[in-house]
Write a protein that binds this ligand. Structure first.
Ligand SMILES: Cc1cc2nc3c(=O)[nH]c(=O)nc-3n(C[C@H](O)[C@H](O)[C@H](O)COP(=O)(O)OP(=O)(O)OC[C@H]3O[C@@H](n4cnc5c(N)ncnc54)[C@H](O)[C@@H]3O)c2cc1C
Length: 401
């Protein structure tokens, strides 16, 4: 295939791999540069609502993902103040039938490896591991992309570059050095447990969301139900980049013991051996989505708080929209690609900003304390499961049009 149809993608995360498959299916040749030497089992669980699972199914990943994902039957909203379940929001079959696609929870590594297997099987995609994007230059024929594997620094010419290289994006830094991720003042702690270590009530296919003063805990099964994924979010000052630093579990335990958390939460926290932590960074709303024939997607442009469970979902949507936009019009020259990328940014900007704002708002609600937490709990109870689920329709019902 001609070099003029070659698109480079920096980053083989969830967004970059989805973009590679989406673009290759539209007839482009794709080269994915990934700085990690191996796609390792770093990270924890991700939630994939129907807006995202629908895209992955359309890419032919239903069987690959279905073997590893869990379809939770409900989200249980629990309040520490109330001492138990406030509301059970049905997901499972009901949500699947209504939205036409499943709600899945899955280990990030399982999702990444299913995408990477499909990418490796695709004749028009080359995945270069241990290969870091370093620099780029735009010229009349397209772009020169500079990348490094060990001491071997090379340059290649392509039609376009997509920065899918996460919240600390080197591509974004090159284009817009003033747009920097900001520390939210929150730290996520992640741990996993073998499901057979726990009583059955904690291993049901359900997402449990525990809200308490200035903190919350989410628990759900992953790895076809063999493991339970726990993520606790607390305020803190530690703010180093990265996704998997060892955390001192005494710090976490004492935070959850101090402020009256109920027995089940403390039991879950104590059962984990080897907590990892990452500081939550976000991109300010309104970052530019492209410059010329270079576009950004996923966390590189809109890294968000995890409280809407849409970080991966928005990256997957970006990838599908970008591929569709690029394939719809002529894309032979840099000017045509730039016009397609401008349109892509226009299509994504408002929806993603709304999700970013929702995520920030939900974080504040989850962490309420005192009398206002009582008002929150009463409101959630009064709302009931159907209304609670209907509030998500604008996210889950999204379709590639
Ligand atoms: C290792 C890891 C673990 C994570 N764990 C979780 C988790 O447990 N829970 C959660 O909610 N979110 C997690 N995330 C974030 C989550 O995957 C993203 O929020 C979401 O999926 C959007 O993904 P993305 O593709 O935009 O970026 P990411 O998933 O962050 O992927 C970016 C990719 O770009 C690569 N990269 C970075 N710089 C360069 C460069 N210069 N050249 C080439 N490649 C580069 C990175 O190695 C990475 O593979 C994790 C991200 C990473 C990288």
């Amino acid at each position: 295939m001609a070099a003029s149809r070659t698109i480079f993608i920096a980053g083989a995360g969830i967004g970059g791999l989805t973009a590679a498959l989406s673009l290759a299916n539209k007839g482009f040749r794709v080269v994915v540069l990934e700085k990690a030497e191996r796609l390792e089992e770093v990270g924890a669980g991700l939630q994939l609502s129907p807006n995202a699972s629908r895209i992955l199914i359309d890419l032919g990943l239903k069987d690959r993902l279905g073997r590893r994902a869990v379809t939770p039957e409900a989200i249980s909203i629990m309040s520490v103040r109330a001492g138990g379940e406030l509301l059970r929001v049905p997901l499972g079959k009901a949500a699947c039938e209504r939205a036409g696609a499943p709600y899945w929870v899955i280990h990030r590594a399982d999702l990444q490896s299913a995408l990477a297997d499909a990418v490796t099987d695709h004749p028009d995609i080359e995945l270069k591991l241990g290969c870091q994007f370093e620099d780029l230059a735009a010229h009349a024929k397209g772009l020169t992309v500079v990348h490094r594997t060990g001491n071997d620094r090379r340059q290649d010419v392509g039609l376009a570059l997509i920065g899918a290289d996460g919240v600390w994006s080197a591509v974004r830094n090159h284009l817009f050095p003033d747009a920097q991720p900001q520390f939210s003042g929150l730290i996520a702690w992640r741990g996993t447990l073998d499901a057979n270590q726990l009583p059955r009530e904690y291993t049901a296919p359900r997402v449990q969301l525990w809200m308490g003063p200035k903190a919350h805990l989410v628990a759900y099964p992953i790895s076809a139900g063999r493991q339970i994924n726990l993520v606790a979010v607390l305020p803190g000052k530690w703010n180093r980049p990265g996704w998997s630093t060892g955390g001192d579990e005494r710090e976490l335990r004492s935070a959850f013991e101090a402020s009256g958390w109920t027995g089940p939460v403390r039991m879950l926290i104590a059962a984990v051996d080897g907590w990892r932590k990452w500081a939550l960074f976000t991109m300010p709303e309104g970052c530019a989505w492209h410059q010329g024939a270079v576009a950004l997607l996923g966390d590189a442009v809109h890294g968000m708080l995890p409280f809407a469970a849409q970080g991966a979902g928005m990256a997957i949507e970006d990838a599908a929209v970008l591929a569709k936009t690029l394939s719809e019009g002529p894309s032979e020259t840099s000017a045509q690609v730039a016009a397609a990328f401008k349109h892509y940014g226009r299509l994504r900007r408002a929806r993603v900003a709304r999700v970013q704002r929702l995520a920030a708002k939900q974080g504040r609600i989850y962490h309420l304390a005192g009398p206002i937490a009582l008002a929150r709990d009463l409101t959630i109870k009064a709302m009931g499961p159907e209304r609670m689920l209907a509030r998500q329709n604008w996210i889950y019902d999204w379709r590639l049009t």
